[in-house]
Design a protein around this ligand. Structure first.
Ligand code: ZN
Length: 498
């Protein structure tokens, strides 16, 4: 009995997976190669597939199968986990009334459009009623799906299953306590950024370099592609098809190179998910923070380490001799790590980046605890930036209007960036505990041992556990921000003799 039901369940999961693959391919195509004239017809095709997916994901027959299987003692642990994840998704999808789904889609569609105009004009008043509507609908959404302690838990759960606002608050408080003194001490010593970072860098040569680099780091180009898009991203289309993008500008070299390293971290994770599980809920990535832990580790712990930077520079000099010929490894190391206080999150460096996330989380939480009104957001934002970053935005364009997330109804998303960064440092420290120092490897540009460790401990586990549990299993201890703080202290105190 159990097996026949399982087969029916697995067939439904395969069908949902295939619809998801079609949607992923449409989305990649739209971001990378689709002609602009196709926008309207593509939007319709996507909406049709979305609604077909939604009706299959909420089909009562699927709910019955899940109910039958959830208590089936004949299922092994792997199958039980898939059914449990499917139940969580099914319950969520069926608890939200159709008119709320539609209202949210409409409000965020218009909200995003208005935001794209409000930001360059620095005009929060235009955006305010739309954001008010989106926040109200997201509160309704949280109430519909339910939560452990408070509304924000429901939003967080969409990105980090099982994590609560209180848990994030606790981790972030410990992070801020440790981080702010390090930032103050380092920035007192760090001067202006080195000038060699700007110059002329042939785009064709950058492209050839990045194609070589991603392959060198282990990205399987027979099972993936590196293309170009204005906002770099990685997407797994299906087994054997993981696509990443970067962007090239002729007067800047590091943004294409470091975007490619970051996205390769995402792509290696996708390429390491076990193929035999890919059609099942257990085969998906564990959460956004887990995904980001992979990209940040390759970008920062590997890509910005003194050892790897020396290797990178020697390889870059082969192609960019005229601009980089006179640059020493020490200068280049300082250049790729140079920290400063800044107003814009996406331009922030490794040292100060998380200050930007913590303030967004605090503001989101206050809104969903009914302690902060949307109308008071710009002033609250400016105060928070002053408190955490030490600067005051000159206008809302460089303040509360800078990110698209809230216009898209993505409240609860921001913490995943910082959690991923903290996991990255903790995992890397554990990898070095298990493998011995990786400095010698990185000096030679060699990352195979690290990748094998990640494959064995993280990638091959896919979605066997929620990230919180998965991290504890990898680390053999509860997770904390301490490895990240230790990493920053060691690196930046040495770099600036602070
Ligand atoms: Zn990322």
């Amino acid at each position: 009995m159990g097996n026949a039901k399982w087969e029916q369940f697995a067939a439904r999961m395969r069908e949902l997976t295939d619809l998801g693959r079609a949607l992923s391919l449409l989305s990649w195509d739209q971001s990378v190669v689709m002609p602009g004239k196709a926008a309207a017809s593509r939007a319709r095709a996507t909406a049709t597939l979305d609604s077909l997916t939604h009706s299959k994901a909420t089909d009562p027959g699927l709910g019955d199968l899940i109910d039958d299987l959830i208590d089936d003692p004949s299922l092994d642990d792997l199958r039980r986990r898939s059914v449990e994840v499917a139940k969580r998704d099914y319950d969520k999808a069926t608890k939200v009334p159709d008119d709320l789904v539609r209202a949210l889609a409409e409000a965020t569609g218009i909200g995003y459009q208005v935001w794209t105009e409000a930001r360059p004009a620095s005009d929060f008043a235009v955006f305010e009623p739309h954001l008010e509507k989106i926040v109200a609908l997201r509160k309704e959404y949280a109430d519909a799906v339910g939560y452990a302690n408070e509304r924000y838990d429901a939003l967080l759960d969409d990105y980090e299953p099982g994590l609560t606002a209180i848990e994030v608050e606790t981790v972030f408080a410990e992070l801020i306590d440790g981080l702010e003194p390090i930032v103050d001490r380092v920035l007192a010593k760090a001067g202006p950024a080195p000038a060699f970072l700007r110059g002329k860098f042939d785009v064709g040569a950058q492209e050839a370099f990045c194609q070589w680099l991603v392959g060198h780091l282990g990205f399987d180009t027979a099972g993936g592609r590196l293309d170009v898009s204005p906002h770099p991203f990685t997407i797994q289309i299906s087994a054997g098809d993981t696509r990443q993008t970067t962007r090239y500008t002729a007067d800047e070299l590091l943004s294409s190179v470091y975007a490619a390293i970051h996205e390769t971290g995402h792509a290696l994770y996708d390429q390491g998910l076990p193929e035999e599980w890919l059609d099942l809920p257990i085969g998906h990535y564990s959460s956004l923070a887990m995904h980001e832990s992979q990209s940040r580790m390759w970008e920062n712990q590997v890509g910005r380490s003194r050892e790897f930077v020396g290797f990178l520079l020697s390889k870059l000099k082969e192609r960019f001799e005229s601009s980089l010929g006179g640059v020493t490894p020490d200068e280049f190391y300082e250049g790729v790590n140079h920290p400063e206080r800044s107003l814009i999150r996406v331009e922030a460096d490794e040292l100060t980046y998380n200050l930007h996330i913590v303030l967004r989380f605090e503001l989101e939480l206050a809104m969903f605890r009914d302690e902060l009104a949307v109308a008071d957001l710009p002033e609250a934002w400016n105060k928070a930036v002053e408190q955490h970053v030490g600067l005051r935005p000159s206008d809302d364009r460089k303040g509360v209007l800078q990110d698209m997330h809230w216009s898209g109804g993505m409240q609860g998303y921001f913490p995943t960036y910082t959690l991923g960064t903290l996991y990255a440092a903790a995992f890397y420290a554990k990898a070095e505990t298990d493998l011995g120092s990786l400095e010698g490897d990185l000096k030679r540009g060699e990352t195979r041992r690290l990748l094998e460790w990640l494959r064995a401990n993280i990638h091959s586990k896919a979605n066997r556990y929620d990230t919180k549990v998965a991290a504890e299993k990898v680390l053999g201890a509860p997770f904390s921000p301490k490895p990240f703080l230790d990493y920053l202290e060691t690196k930046y105190f040495e770099l600036y003799d602070a």
